[in-house]
Design a protein around this ligand. Structure first.
Ligand code: HEM
Length: 230
């Protein structure tokens, strides 16, 4: 019994020591002046890879479907990463992470624009009337399009000048729309996969985004409650 509790406290001490070391290493990396460039390169790599694949006929039997799906996947992945910035910053005590949020948000928008362009071009041949009736006819496309429309003002107001122009409070309220976008994005994916009865990936995204939303709600409710009790 005594040996096991000694072992437990040793493991605990070792885990927290290595946690501190990892955080310190991460902080050093985040403070390095080339870190933003590395993050930028990582975000642009899927796009470069897709362009390379399309140019070299390396996207499988149905390149159009591959491009539409891959750009949809990258939009959703980057949305998760963008929303993870604040929880990671708070939980790991890494304020430097905040510097990446705007860039990640803009890359999310970049990938959804490419996703929309691939659909409009490769699926619909830029036939605007067909695109409009497809959006109205297919609920999963309508939901995706709504998510895109809601992301647009967020991308347009992601600059310091817009924050000054709107005022911090209004800007913050507007940018909370990103959680609605996340919900619509999961619904879009769910609806698309419903026809194939294949929900495993959708569930993973729903759980990740649900956890991130809960974290933010906890902070929001906590702030309100401390305001009441003060
Ligand atoms: C924030 C907005 C959006 C997100 C996060 C998103 C995400 C996704 C994801 C994850 C997929 C499935 C990829 C896979 O199967 O691996 C997908 C597929 C698709 N999305 Fe989106 N999407 C968004 C907006 C849009 C918009 C604006 C349109 C068009 C108006 C659109 C049209 C499509 C189409 C046509 C597919 C492929 C369906 C198929 O192959 O059967 N999406 N999207």
């Amino acid at each position: 019994m005594a040996t096991s509790s000694k072992w437990d406290s040793f493991t605990q001490a070792w885990t927290s020591a290595s946690c501190i070391e990892v955080t310190a290493l991460l902080r050093q990396a985040l403070q390095h002046r080339s870190f933003k460039w590395v993050a930028w390169l990582l975000c642009v790599m899927p796009f470069v890879w897709l362009v390379w694949g399309a140019a070299n006929d390396a996207l499988g039997a149905n390149p159009a479907e591959y491009l539409i799906r891959a750009t949809g996947d990258w939009t959703l992945r980057l949305l998760c990463v963008t929303l993870a910035v604040t929880p990671l910053r708070v939980l790991c005590g890494l304020p430097e992470l905040a510097k990446l949020r705007r860039m990640l948000g803009l890359f999310t928008y970049f990938y959804v624009v490419i996703h929309l362009l691939c659909y409009s071009w490769l699926d619909m041949g830029f036939e605007w009337t067909d695109i409009a009736s497809d959006i109205a006819k297919r609920p999963f496309i309508l939901v995706g399009f709504s998510a895109f429309l809601l992301l647009t003002p967020l991308a347009l107001t992601s600059f310091n000048r817009a924050i000054r122009w709107l005022g911090a409070k209004r800007w913050q309220w507007l940018h909370r729309l990103v959680y609605l976008v996340a919900g619509l994005a999961v619904l879009h994916f769910f609806w698309m996969r419903a026809g194939k009865n294949n929900f495993a990936e959708v569930l993973v995204y729903a759980l990740v985004l649900g956890a991130l939303l809960l974290f933010r709600l906890r902070g929001f409710v906590g702030k309100r409650l401390s305001g009441f009790t003060r």
